[in-house]
Design a protein around this ligand. Structure first.
Ligand SMILES: C[S@@+](CC[C@H](N)C(=O)[O-])C[C@H]1O[C@@H](n2cnc3c(N)ncnc32)[C@H](O)[C@@H]1O
Length: 293
């Protein structure tokens, strides 16, 4: 039975989806029936596709899901001593595959929590017979479980979620909380590449670089103007194509972390983010907050 409080409106309190359909009032039903009819038959199909992908990646040797005992063993796994490059928030793994193709003498590892996205890159690399690509399905916050100190040469962050809400800024993948983790696994001299369409994430990362005294190696607020010959930056990802930020520009930062990030600066960062972004986000109404994941 649908709770009385629903009153014909679809709410999360109305029980499961079939109950929700039953409690829609005739007026609302008429308005939304065509939409509901279109969506309902699709639901099992979409779910099944994900399930098939989940089942399939479980059979892939080069996809490791929340693995154990990998730290310090990547050379053994790839059977060479080539540099290790990570693509964090890899989604469908375009950078893992693109860089592995550009650099057959580097080993690429894509990391993302979403198995059905990883499946796309994993399947492609398998079909192409690539032996220098692997994927880890996991939260990026757990990255230090998977790599030993100094085991990684380079990190790519292509179009990570900008996490536009100030209250969620510590979830940005260039927040000091994440950079501290990257610093532990990066080799001395290793570096990080951020590619983003989000002016907010771009400015935030520049602020972090400046405040914590990180080493800025390269910067562009429009790669199509400044870096159009750069083969690495020509690799295009799924989210790059979407231009969610509607900024019509791709920003790029390459930076290194020379030492530990000073924790006494964390409060200052929070204050500055609040001050700067309140104004910045106001001026960027077009860039909608989305859970892009
Ligand atoms: C906006 S999408 C970008 C995907 C891809 N890089 C692209 O450009 O198409 C962000 C991706 O980051 C992943 N992600 C976000 N936060 C994560 C986290 N903390 N740990 C693991 N994956 C995360 C999401 O699952 C999603 O696939």
């Amino acid at each position: 039975m649908a709770p009385k409080s629903c009153k014909g409106i679809i709410t999360s309190k109305c029980g499961d989806y079939s109950q929700q359909i039953l409690v829609i009032s005739p007026i609302v039903r008429k308005k939304y029936m065509r939409l509901i009819k279109a969506v309902l038959p699709l639901q099992p199909v979409m779910g099944q596709k994900k399930l098939i992908r989940f089942a399939e990646i479980a059979t892939f040797d080069h996809v490791l899901q929340y693995p154990e005992n990998t730290a310090g063993k990547w050379q053994e796994r790839f059977n060479n001593t080539n540099p290790i490059v990570l693509e964090l928030a890899c989604g469908k793994g375009e950078y893992s595959i693109g860089l592995a193709t550009l650099y057959p003498n580097k080993n690429l590892i894509g990391v993302d929590v979403k198995g059905n996205r990883i499946w796309v890159g994993a399947k492609k690399s398998l079909q192409a017979g690539m032996n220098n690509v692997a994927f880890i399905r996991s939260q990026i916050g757990m990255i230090n479980n998977y790599f030993a100190a100094g085991e990684v040469d380079e990190i790519w962050l292509p179009f990570p979620d900008p996490q536009l809400r100030i209250s969620k800024s510590n979830r940005r993948l260039t927040h000091p909380e994440f950079l501290r983790k990257y610093q532990q696994i990066l080799k001395p001299g290793g570096y990080i590449n951020l590619k983003t369409d989000s002016p907010v994430l771009f400015q935030f990362t520049k602020l972090v670089i400046e405040l914590y005294g990180l080493t800025l190696l390269e910067e562009s607020d429009d790669i199509s103007r400044d870096l159009k010959q750069n083969q690495e930056l020509l690799i295009k990802t799924h989210y790059e194509g979407l231009d969610i930020a509607n900024s019509k520009r791709i920003h790029y930062l390459k930076f290194a972390i020379p030492g530990q990030l000073d924790p006494t600066k964390d409060d200052r960062l929070s204050t500055m983010v609040r001050e700067i972004e309140t104004a910045l986000i106001e001026g960027l109404k077009d860039e909608k907050e989305t859970d892009r994941g």
